[in-house]
Design a protein around this ligand. Structure first.
Ligand code: ADP
Ligand code: MG
Ligand code: MG
Ligand code: MG
Length: 398
């Protein structure tokens, strides 16, 4: 076993060649580092016949900050194991892991070069009819099959322990639930919306609801989450979509993964008038509303069907309990979507959907819509029992 060292492109090339039969004659391999993420190194290793694989390596620190922000390389194990588990439950929509080396914290995986990052496509005004139905399947299958509905008590507890991910969870605990609601030095806030951000720091009603959502994030191990389902973690093309980058995975509330995706669709929704001419903005917003409706409908239908047919525990087979469970998942999802809208506007990590709006006053208007919609979703999540009511609310922020 080779001891940990930070890969050069040449190291990544040899790692890929050693652990794959795909390349054959390895004298003509080449490698480049091309990661655009915040935390890790990502290499593409290719041969001269167009065959390629991806090598992702965790650094002992956060790439975007440097050595002053140490971070355990165990996140590569979490990422590899979450992707492998999710790959068993939903191979169609999970990037395939070919090899994982724990000492090198390096993952060899399929190259999704036939796909594009969803966020970039949405920012360009591209839409995909299959997005919601495919992501609904991904969420229903990965979340159901890792939950108490199928796992026995002891097996579930062993799984929870295996996916304890304290350092990356702490990043979410801070950036998602804490920083946006106080004057924290990590926050990045454009001047035009500073007055509105300051109101968030005084908003005790909102802070109480965010505290409840954070408490659930800390202590509701319902299923093995991906933990970072934003639209930069989804690759898509005309036929399919696949999820990558599961290093934030842990056992948490099901609504967190659904809410992260909903929140990212809504970030694009509020950005549309700043990104596009009026007619295109209207069309894209209509598309997003339809996708949001379908995402929840199909998730709920599939999860209900799985609960009805595959639940092992006899007490959890109770159909009234199952209905109540799904209702709570919807409320949680709306709450976490609201948190995502707010933290991407006033927190540390912003999104291209808003940042690509070139006109500063239009961008500020979009950011204010994100904050108001986020707040409304968080505050009203328990009353918004039907998707129709959610969509009417969203339309007030067109
Ligand atoms: P980080 O954890 O640092 O955010 P990501 O897993 O999100 O890293 O990867 C960063 C970038 O590397 C992605 O945005 C994408 O451009 C590229 N990438 C990662 N995995 C793959 C893959 N399997 N196929 C093609 N490109 C990939
Ligand atoms: Mg080989
Ligand atoms: Mg990423
Ligand atoms: Mg990542």
């Amino acid at each position: 076993m080779t001891a940990y060292h930070i890969f050069t492109p040449d190291d990544a090339l040899r790692f890929a060649d050693r652990h794959s039969e795909l390349f054959g004659d390895h004298s003509k391999l080449s490698a480049v580092e091309f990661g655009d993420g915040n935390l890790n190194l990502v290499f593409r290793v290719s041969n001269d016949k167009g065959t390629s694989l991806i090598v992702k390596q965790a650094l002992p620190y956060a790439r975007c900050v440097g050595e002053s922000w140490p971070l355990s390389t165990d996140r590569a194990r979490i990422e590899a194991e979450v992707l492998q588990q999710h790959g068993r439950f939903c191979p169609q929509h999970t990037v395939e892991v070919l090899h994982f080396d724990p000492a090198l914290s390096a993952i060899l995986m399929e190259d999704l070069k036939q796909y594009q990052i969803l966020r970039s496509e949405l920012v360009k005004g591209k839409t995909f009819a299959h997005l919601a139905s495919q992501m609904a399947s991904y969420l229903a299958q990965t979340l159901f099959y890792s939950s108490d509905f199928v796992l026995s008590g002891p097996v579930k507890k062993a799984a929870v322990a295996r996916f304890i991910n304290p350092e990356l969870c702490l990043i979410t605990e801070d950036l998602f639930f804490t920083d946006p609601y106080c004057n924290h030095e990590r926050n990045t806030i454009h001047t035009l919306i500073l007055p509105r951000a300051r109101q968030l720091w005084q908003d005790e009603e909102l802070q109480a609801e965010v505290a409840a959502l954070k408490a659930d994030f800390l202590s509701k191990p319902q299923a093995l989450l991906h933990g970072d389902v934003h639209s930069g973690s989804i690759f898509i093309n005309a036929d399919n979509c696949k999820v990558i980058d599961a290093e934030f995975g842990f056992y948490g509330p099901i609504g967190f993964d659904i809410g992260s995706l909903l929140g990212n669709l809504l970030l694009n929704y509020v950005a549309c008038p700043g990104l596009f001419a009026p007619e295109q903005a209207e069309q894209q917003q209509a598309y997003l509303l339809a996708q949001i409706r379908e995402l929840w409908q199909q998730f709920a239908a599939q999860f209900s069907q799985l609960m009805a047919s595959e639940t092992q525990d006899s007490a959890l087979q109770n159909s009234r309990y199952q209905q109540h469970f799904l209702q709570q998942v919807l409320a949680d999802s709306l709450g976490y979507a609201g948190c995502e809208l707010i933290r991407r506007t006033v927190g540390l990590a912003h999104v291209a959907d808003l940042e690509k709006i070139t006109d500063a006053s239009k961008r500020a208007e979009a950011e204010l819509r994100a904050i108001e919609l986020g707040r409304a979703l968080i505050m009203q999540r328990a009353q918004l029992a039907q998707m129709d009511a959610v969509l009417s609310l969203v339309q007030q922020f067109a």
